[in-house]
Design a protein around this ligand. Structure first.
Ligand code: HEM
Length: 454
């Protein structure tokens, strides 16, 4: 017997969730408190289920995941990403996941980490050069540039600054365009008239040409570098022995670039902003960093000793999860906790609202890294915290991202002081990732390391 579920009623019966369209991040956090952890919102002819209930999340992403594909919003991304891991489905996705997974095994991550350290060290020296007293920097932009360089180095071993800049600019424009289409789908027809779509196609053609050239060169390289591209090229299907085609390689490489830098960059921007409001947390991080590393650069083995820094990272992703929601669509009718789910439904799992649910967190809206002490972690419901998603489609780059964020945050906090600019607005804007709408403007100054030791 189907159970009733709370239904959101607004002023406009056809579109009660206008607030959802405006800002799904804030809307779902607020509504989950008022409507509960599993409710329905009519949306024109569709039903959108807003979910923060851990049993329902586990059903959709794990137990009955075969019945769910990604929601229509992801389809826009195919224009740039093709059919890479983020956008593919079914048997093709399963095969690609098996082929790409080995590139993220622990032994490979150790190698990739060495490349990350080289880029991070150079980036810190450049940032030092940009520290001019009284002139603030937009740290959101800075972090995008730093993580883009790390991902380009680990993917393609590219360190040629001119190439990096060109690729970065083209990808940023393409990403902005796709975000626009995803968030404002009703403006899509206009983009064919105002030249935006033509420019996007031109950018993607340039990008493809660049990547196909890299792939061709790499196939003929007798001493290839140990980067992600080489690993993808070497990967073979266990059953058929087949390797990836150039097209599949291109799609996975672009996917890893796109999925792999904006997420980490937004997390780092929020981290710097939260830390600028919590000097006691900065001090505790600095004490830990000094004890573990003294003055040297971190090695792979040091990362697991930087436990407080990891707690800080987890807490930042609790309050501002870069992937703030996961959308799914059933391929056949379903029933969850007695509720009938029609085929046309959208399942909207609000990671952001789960991360602020008072049932799971002692201080849901505070920045409190102690939420992640080992004792608290043991007792908490597992699905209550999922910045990287859950189930078979969980983020493939989670360990890569964690080590990258730990490395960059450690160096930033050790080497610089960050002070937020008074009066500069800080607001979360839920686009493809949860970005700071007006950037994160900060006064940055180099720390005197020796003075600190006295
Ligand atoms: C803070 C950093 C990151 C966060 C918060 C994050 C979050 C997520 C989430 C929530 C998903 C699941 C989406 C869904 O189920 O619909 C996902 C998938 C994915 N992520 Fe990440 N991600 C991060 C960094 C990275 C990095 C560094 C890479 C690659 C280098 C990466 C590559 C991917 C890929 C390829 C998928 C699709 C996996 C599949 O469907 O098989 N991500 N990510």
């Amino acid at each position: 017997m189907p159970t009733n579920i709370p239904v959101l009623k607004g002023k406009n019966p056809l579109l009660p969730g206008v607030g959802f369209l405006r800002n799904p991040f804030e809307f779902t956090i607020k509504q989950a408190q008022e409507m509960g952890d599993f409710f329905m919102m009519p949306f024109l002819t569709r039903k959108i289920f807003i979910i923060t209930n851990h049993e329902v999340v586990a059903h959709v992403l794990q137990k009955n995941q075969k019945n769910y594909i990604k929601s229509p919003a992801y389809r826009q991304l195919r224009l740039a990403l093709g059919t890479g891991l983020v956008t593919s489905e079914g048997e093709y996705w399963r095969r690609q996941r098996r082929l790409v997974q080995p590139a993220f095994y622990k032994t490979q991550l150790e190698d990739l980490f060495r490349g990350m350290v080289v880029v991070a060290e150079k980036y810190m020296a450049e940032l030092e050069g940009k520290c001019v007293s009284g002139v603030p920097l937009d740290m959101a932009k800075e972090m995008m540039a730093a993580t883009a360089r790390i991902v380009l180095k680990t993917l393609f071993s590219t360190e040629n600054t001119a190439d990096i800049n060109e690729m970065y600019l083209v990808m940023m424009d393409a990403q902005d365009y796709l975000t626009y289409r995803t968030v404002k789908p009703y403006f899509i027809p206009l983009t064919y008239l105002n030249g935006k779509h033509r420019k996007f196609k031109k950018d993607i053609a340039w990008f493809d040409g660049y990547i196909y050239k890299l792939i061709a060169e790499r196939r003929n390289d007798p001493n290839p570098p140990n980067d992600l591209l080489t690993m993808l090229l070497a990967s073979k299907d266990e059953e058929t022995g087949e390797a990836m085609s150039d097209r599949a390689l291109r799609d996975e490489a672009v996917t890893l670039f796109a999925a792999g830098h904006e997420t980490s960059a937004t997390m780092l921007s929020w981290a710097l902003w939260l830390l600028s409001q919590h000097s006691e947390v900065v001090q505790e991080m600095r004490d830990e960093i000094a004890e573990v590393l003294e003055d040297r650069m971190p090695g792979f083995e040091d990362l697991r000793k930087l436990t407080y820094t990891m707690q800080v990272i987890q807490e930042v992703m609790r309050l501002f999860p870069p992937g703030f929601a996961i959308g799914r669509q059933p391929i056949a009718e379903d029933e969850i906790l007695g509720v009938k789910i029609p085929k046309s439904a959208i399942m909207f799992i609000s990671i952001a609202a789960m991360h602020r649910d008072p049932r799971y967190w002692e201080r849901p809206t505070d920045f409190y890294p102690e939420h992640f002490t080992p004792e608290r972690e043991k007792t908490r419901q597992k699905v209550a915290y999922m910045p990287f998603g859950a189930g078979p489609r969980m983020c493939i780059g989670n360990h890569f991202a964690l080590m990258e964020m730990q490395l960059l945050l450690t160096l930033l906090v050790r080497q610089f002081d960050f002070e937020s600019v008074e009066g500069h607005p800080v607001e979360a804007e839920p686009l493809i990732t949860l970005k700071p709408k007006y950037g994160i403007l900060m006064h940055v100054s180099k720390r005197r390391m020796m003075a600190e030791k006295v």
